[in-house]
Design a protein around this ligand. Structure first.
Ligand SMILES: [Zn+2]
Length: 76
């Protein structure tokens, strides 16, 4: 499963790698706590959390969906 990390745009704070909803919540809390007058921003990073091969499972899935779509479209 992919992991997400958000970085604060105002200081050096990062949420650490966790789920997307948790990363979003941590950054939101950080902004409320540290920068209450600044709208939340900063950088969002994603990494594949499964290092044991199969790292391109989602790429493969996208490819299969594309092929199926093309097959459907070409049969029209
Ligand atoms: Zn900050």
């Amino acid at each position: 499963m992919a992991q997400f990390e958000n970085a604060c745009g105002e200081c050096g704070y990062t949420t650490g790698w966790c789920s997307q909803s948790e990363a979003d919540e941590r950054l939101m809390r950080h902004y409320l706590d540290r920068h209450p007058t600044v709208p939340p921003g900063g950088a969002h990073r994603v990494r594949d959390g499964d290092p044991s091969g199969g790292g391109c499972g989602s790429c493969l899935l996208v490819l299969v969906v594309l092929i199926v779509l093309l097959a459907i479209l070409s049969n029209r």
